[in-house]
Design a protein around this ligand. Structure first.
Ligand code: 7PJ
Length: 280
């Protein structure tokens, strides 16, 4: 495969992509609801695109550990105006949702991609996305946000996450979805301890062998555990982790701090003189 099919866009797999995070939630953990109004979220999305994000990931439901679900209506009311406002901006628009109703509404409003932390497991999710050419991210999560960090256990975290993602890739392809549309994501912080996150990070090449990989580590608590830094102080660890993720074969990095991450990736590419899929 040479391309990632993502709605109106067809991205080459030869260069990594930046996905900028646009939260439209009052409780998102690291930017504290700063972009809750549609106007501010649109403005923020435009800024991230100018800074170099090829994809914007718009989220109307927080999936931070301990967070409670919101209704599909509420989620749509948050996400759809932002999609409409960014539709003409020349950037691919992803919607971070696990609800089939929201997926359908988002695709009707012009979303190019669905990013689902439940890997299209909700009843009706596969059907909601099958008839379009949107990009899809299938993420691994153990449990649900409300309880997922209580005591996650695995016998073999890397093998278990890989088996799960294999199974989901198979299910999605069996439903007739072209594999050029698919990304996988081991789901950092979603029902994982520090040791689990580290094992998954180290083994990113295993996942990259299965399908193009999306990695979301930006400002996450395991970076705080490793550095002692508070959420608002995790820029440098987040940027370094993004570069290392790409170095280990990640194709898309999902980040809050686009400008700094773009600079770091460019610098790494210049200094090391190579691009994608190069391992430690
Ligand atoms: C991720 C996500 C991630 C994908 C969130 C946060 C929590 N989607 N949505 N991967 N994280 N695919 O940004 O810290 O890691 S929300």
């Amino acid at each position: 495969m040479t391309h990632f099919q993502c709605g109106r866009y067809r991205f080459s797999l030869a260069q990594p992509l930046l996905m900028g995070i646009v939260n439209v939630t009052p409780d998102s953990f690291s930017d504290g609801g700063r972009y809750f109004s549609p106007e501010r979220a649109i403005e923020h999305g435009l800024k991230l695109h100018e800074e170099g994000a090829q994809i914007l990931d718009i989220g109307g439901e927080s999936t931070r550990p301990g967070s409670l679900p919101v209704s599909a209506e509420q989620e749509m009311a948050r996400v759809i105006p932002v999609l409409e406002g960014l539709r003409g901006a020349g950037v691919a628009l992803s919607v971070d949702t696990m609800k089939p109703e929201v997926m359908r509404a988002a695709l009707s409003a012009g979303a190019d991609m669905i990013n689902d932390v439940r890997a299209l497991e909700a009843p009706g999710a596969l059907e909601a996305v099958a008839g379009s050419d949107c990009g899809l991210c299938l993420m691994h999560m153990r449990g649900m946000p409300e309880t997922m960090q209580l005591a996650p256990t695995y016998a073999e975290v890397v093998a278990e996450v890989a088996t799960y993602l294999h199974r989901r890739l198979h299910a999605v392809q069996t439903a007739g979805i072209d594999s050029a549309r698919l990304l996988i994501d081991p789901g950092f912080g979603f029902g994982k301890t520090l040791a689990h996150n580290l094992a998954l990070f180290k083994n990113l090449p295993t996942f990259a062998d299965m399908a193009p990989v999306l990695v979301g580590v930006s400002r996450k608590s395991f970076l705080g555990a490793l550095t002692g830094r508070a959420t608002e102080d995790r820029l440098l660890p987040s940027v370094i982790a993004a570069v290392l993720a790409i170095r280990r074969g990640a194709y898309v990095v999902r980040v809050h701090d686009v400008r700094e991450t773009v600079e770091a990736i460019r610098l790494w590419q210049e200094l090391e003189g190579h691009q994608l899929g190069v391992q430690a």
